[in-house]
Design a protein around this ligand. Structure first.
Ligand code: PEP
Ligand code: MG
Length: 591
């Protein structure tokens, strides 16, 4: 019997192969002391090990820059900073001098203390950085203990699916994608540094699987689907067939890609759809272009702050936004302002832990409270607007006042830019990310103050149904086809139409065949999806007529339960699309 584990989809792609269990860990450090006359030598040994670790990390950083780019290389900045952190260095030297501990023992103790402090904050963002801390700690300790450096996960060189408790950026960046077919971990999230690297390296990955490293056995056959976040251990024949078909389909799409990319995203009866890409990092731009995106519907900007010890400079932001704008000439590029909080906290904000981070100091609330963070971002986006159709999107808006306040800030920054003679496009658009029931129900008011809506169904579903989107135990309750969700989508679409503003959907729902079908039926004709989903969604769009989508949407609006909504959509879409590949997603039970 096969064993199925669902976690967080962090890097796209489907892989088959035997499990390779990898136990990288901070080495055991024996308690050892030195003689008084050796104390200064031990301090020197510690400094020497730090120096060698710094050199090695810089080499890895440089190799990463060459292989993947500047952003990915910056992932190693926090580790370099931790090497020279005064708290770490002074604390360690004090233990060596005052307690005559060996350098390894002293450093280990000091790092464990810092680790405990971090854990005590309970702050998810800081917890996410623990593996950077472990990465650097392990490197220095191995140097002090004369152990080989961590990082070789090649094993016998045969291709395998790597299964670990967690990973580190330095191990990930040294992986050969020919050998490491995929990654599955107990811990980690989409914003873990190793996960960002896996995405850039196009190694499929699923994180947050809780106990996969205990459940999986060395050599056991597995299938990993990085698109839906699923791992199947000991797959049976049917699993094998479903995923082989799916992979075959993806491969066929890749072959047809040039052709599909050139095709219009248009329904059988000629309704054009603006099919755009969601980008998490600038490195995804080339793929989005190749996959035929008609612009960017959601550019998440958190990569600029996650794991950083300092606020990003306006100039760095401007360069990143401009690069994207220039990659999509004459097409919309929607830049979302920092969506911090929830599961994304930068270290420099020094956030105390919150009881309910997703209901806490998040997104627009953080930005409006921290203008020293927000203003440079607004300026950078305004400056990038001189290079294309750059639009601004505000996350987690609940109130009209929030939009009004942002308009005031923008007006102030515009005046400053004019005074400084710095160009920007005065006709840029400002939009609201509708992702709370408050925004959906109050859409008519919000529409008076903004130029477009983008519906963030990922959060809208979580807040409507009170189901944590990251809680795998509740995955079966996280249902985009719940009647309460469908009704809100309908309401927002109607309001936007009446107000004459564009409405799009940038949540995952748009990438699901039934989701795309329903959204079009609700007259939402702009969709934004992760780049790997672009060809698939385009094919779905090209397979039906608006008439049948509208008819199905009408029935969905009258359906009493999620199961009924799903059923009418399945019936309406007919058998032109193979839905079996999506059955793992949102526990969609297809009749
Ligand atoms: C959403 O909430 O649907 C959305 C697109 O934003 P994110 O997934 O980044 O929260
Ligand atoms: Mg959201």
């Amino acid at each position: 019997m096969s064993t199925v584990r669902d976690g967080l989809a962090v890097s796209e792609g489907i892989s088959f192969g035997p499990v390779r269990l990898v136990e990288w860990q901070v080495p055991d450090v024996p308690h050892s002391m030195v003689e008084t006359e050796q104390v200064e030598d031990e301090v020197a040994r510690f400094d020497g090990a730090r120096g060698r670790a710094r050199e090695r990390l810089r080499d890895i950083q440089e190799a990463t820059r060459e292989r993947l780019g500047t952003l990915e290389a910056r992932i190693f900045d926090p580790q370099l900073l931790m090497l020279d952190d005064v708290e770490v260095v002074d604390g360690t030297i004090r233990y060596i001098r005052e307690n005559r501990l060996s350098a390894a023992r002293a450093y280990h103790l000091r790092m464990l203390e810092i680790q405990a402090l971090w854990i005590r904050t309970g702050n998810p963002m800081i917890l996410d950085r623990l593996n950077d801390l472990e990465d650097v700690m392990s490197r220095v300790l191995r140097l002090l203990l004369d152990l080989p450096e961590p990082g070789d996960v090649t094993g016998d060189g045969r291709p395998a699916i790597l299964v670990a408790r967690n990973l580190t950026p330095s191990i990930t960046v040294q992986m050969d994608p020919e050998v490491i077919l995929a990654i599955a971990t107990d811990q980690g999230t989409r914003t873990s540094h190793w996960a960002i690297l896996a995405r850039s390296m196009e190694i499929p990955a699923v994180a947050g699987l809780v106990d996969i490293s205990r459940v999986a056995r060395e050599g056991q056959e597995a299938i990993l689907d990085g698109r839906v976040g699923r791992v199947v251990l000991d797959p049976d024949e049917r699993d094998g067939e479903v995923y082989r078909q799916r992979k075959g389909q993806i491969r066929a799409w890749e072959e047809e890609l040039v052709e599909i990319a050139r095709m219009d995203a248009v329904t059988l009866d000629g309704q054009p759809v603006a099919l755009r890409a969601n980008l998490d990092i600038p490195a995804e731009t080339a793929r989005a272009v190749q996959y035929g995106a008609e612009g960017v519907g959601l550019f998440r900007t958190e990569f600029l702050v996650v794991g950083r010890n300092a606020m990003p400079e306006e100039e760095e932001q401007y360069e990143a936004y401009r690069e994207i704008a220039e990659a999509f000439p004459n097409q919309a590029v929607v830049i979302r302002t920092f969506d911090l909080g929830g599961d994304k906290f930068p270290m420099f904000l020094h956030m105390p832990a919150e009881e309910n981070p997703f209901l806490g100091w998040r997104a627009i609330r953080v930005c409006l409270d921290r203008l020293e963070l927000f203003r440079p971002q607004l300026r950078a986006i305004l400056r990038a607007s001189a290079h294309g159709d750059v639009r601004i999107l505000l996350p987690l808006v609940n109130d009209v006042e929030e939009v009004v306040r942002v308009r005031e800030l923008l007006a102030e920054e515009e005046v400053r830019l004019k005074d400084e003679g710095i160009p920007f496009h005065a006709g840029y658009k400002l939009g609201v990310l509708v992702e709370t029931p408050a925004a959906a129900l109050d859409a008519a008011e919000l529409a008076r103050h903004c130029d477009f809506f983008s519906i963030g169904t990922n959060d809208l579903i979580q807040y409507t149904l009170a189901v944590d989107r990251t809680n795998s135990r509740l995955a079966h309750l996280y249902n985009p086809f719940h009647p309460a969700v469908v009704r809100q989508l309908h309401q927002v679409s109607r309001v936007a139409r009446a107000a004459g503003i564009e409405v799009s959907v940038c949540g995952e729902m748009a990438a699901h065949p039934l989701g795309a079908f329903l959204l079009l039926g609700l007259n939402i004709t702009a969709l934004s999806v992760a780049w790997p989903s672009l060809p698939e969604v385009k094919k779905v769009i090209r397979s039906f007529r608006m008439e049948s989508a509208r008819e199905a949407a009408r029935k969905a609006l009258a359906a009493p339960t999620s199961a009924d909504v799903t059923r009418v959509l399945v019936e309406g879409l007919g058998d032109t699309v193979d839905l079996s590949a999506f059955s793992g997603r949102w526990s969609l039970s297809i009749p």
